[in-house]
Design a protein around this ligand. Structure first.
Ligand code: HEM
Length: 427
């Protein structure tokens, strides 16, 4: 579907065939990201990897984050952090006397894992700062996911002031910049002999005469804050929806618990290597990402030249939105698409790498998500331990089918209502 919104032509892709054209056959033409006023403000002129313009800066930044953070070797090396944070989460849940706000707890855990992996410590030093960060991240995701008149009608930019959205963007920027500046100050002041974390690696390039690229302080802030934002929201939303779908579908819940507990045996903690044998758990996760891809429209792309897709003329600078949410529910490709049926993935070779265009929760092609290994390791370990340690139910007399399954609007699809559950220690 091609829409002319204001000055910007916008192509909406909702079928696997067209998605393959955009993200594989003509990936070289559609690998750019459009400029976005909010991203420009929050990420210092869109210098974050995920929204940076296609070109040398993006190429180097992506190479750098894969090498120093997201390769399989690096993902394995932060296993102690994951174990530590999962242990803390289980303790916190055990210590709660009645129902727990699982959404909040999982969000904090995934944020702690990624912050420690990138910064060597927690992002926020106290609860107030932590709440402020999540508030600003929520608002940023909502603002970026919203239709903003000024992005399509630049002459109407003054509307932002009238509706108050400009003030909100400034507030989000102030909070995020405050936290990231504190991280930089702390790293600059530290003893250089310490084991370098990801931020140290970026900073040390500034003193390296042989470095291919040297980043400014603003670029460094944009790169690491982008990663924290990209990793926190997406991973916690996936676990949140997985727990919601399992409570909503008691049969799948029993099956997955049986598998996890059979493999974990009497161990108090499921270990990462145990999850390799948990095929039903893996199928549950795929089914969750099919029905609730945490970035439902992927990230927007932009054509870099005039082109043709099948018989359609697509102009240069056309914005492209790939609707992964609709593709995951496409009735020509999925039987009973609205049903939660992890079994459909049990004997299937479909994976997350973006080779099967009816299943693209991590995108595909050059701009695909580089954090798959990082995300899956965290999500599987957390979920397996939550299900191994506790039996979960809704508070009071509520039953699985009573659970509200509405989604909130935004770039990422959180649940509209926080997931509040009762955790009973496994008998
Ligand atoms: C369940 C978890 C996650 C999901 C569902 C997810 C999904 C996505 C999607 C859909 C995109 C856009 C792909 C496209 O435009 O084709 C993306 C991009 C990106 N993701 Fe993830 N992501 C997850 C976790 C992570 C993690 C853990 C990290 C890093 C620690 C990460 C870092 C990035 C980056 C840097 C990009 C931008 C890539 C580029 O533009 O070249 N993501 N992700």
């Amino acid at each position: 579907m091609l829409l002319q919104i204001g000055r910007i032509p916008t192509l909406i892709v909702s079928s696997p065939v067209m998605a393959e054209q955009v993200m594989k056959t003509q990936d070289h033409i559609f690998a750019n990201r459009p400029t976005n006023k909010i991203m420009e403000k929050i990420f210092y002129g869109q210098k974050n990897t995920s929204f940076s313009q296609y070109g040398e800066y993006w190429r180097q930044a992506k190479k750098m984050i894969i090498l120093h953070l997201l390769s399989n070797k690096k993902v394995q090396s932060i296993q102690p952090i994951r174990d530590d944070e999962v242990t803390l989460l289980l303790r916190r849940i055990s210590a709660s006397s009645c129902s727990v706000n699982l959404s909040e707890m999982i969000r904090d855990t995934t944020n702690n894992v990624v912050s420690r992996a990138i910064l060597g410590k927690y992002l926020a030093s106290d609860k107030k700062k932590n709440d402020e960060f999540h508030y600003s991240l929520n608002k940023a995701m909502e603002l970026i996911g919203e239709f903003r008149v000024e992005d399509f009608f630049p002459s109407l930019a003054w509307l932002g002031k009238l509706t108050g959205s400009s003030d909100l963007v400034n507030e989000v920027y102030r909070i995020i910049d405050g936290l990231s500046s504190a991280v930089i100050d702390d790293h600059v002041a530290r003893d250089k002999a310490e084991k370098p974390d990801f931020v140290d690696v970026l900073l040390r390039l500034q003193d390296d005469p042989n470095a291919d690229i040297v980043y400014t302080m603003d670029e460094i802030k944009a790169i690491f804050m982008d990663l924290i934002a990209a990793a926190t929201d997406t991973s916690y939303i996936t676990i949140e929806w997985a727990m919601a779908e399992l409570v909503h579908n008691p049969e799948a819940m029993e099956k997955v618990k049986e598998e996890i507990r059979g493999i974990a045996g009497k161990k108090s903690m499921v270990e990462q290597h145990d999850t390799n044998k948990m095929y039903y758990l893996k199928a549950v996760l795929k089914e969750v990402l099919r029905l609730h891809p945490s970035v439902p429209m992927l990230l927007p792309r932009e054509s870099m030249e005039d082109t043709k897709i099948l018989d359609y003329d697509i102009p240069k600078k056309c914005r492209v939105i790939v609707n992964a949410w609709a593709i995951g529910r496409h009735p020509d490709y999925w039987e009973m698409p609205e049903e939660f049926q992890p079994e459909r993935f049990l004997n299937s070779s479909m994976n997350y790498k973006g080779h099967d265009f009816q299943f693209i929760p991590f995108g595909a092609g050059r701009r695909a998500c580089p954090g798959i290994a990082f995300a899956i390791a965290t999500v599987e370990l957390l979920l397996a331990n939550l299900l191994n340690h506790f039996d979960w139910k809704l508070p009071g007399e509520l039953r699985g089918e009573d659970l509200n399954m509405d989604e909130a609007p935004g770039l990422t699809t959180r649940r509209k209502m926080s997931l509040v559950l009762v955790a009973e220690p496994r008998s």
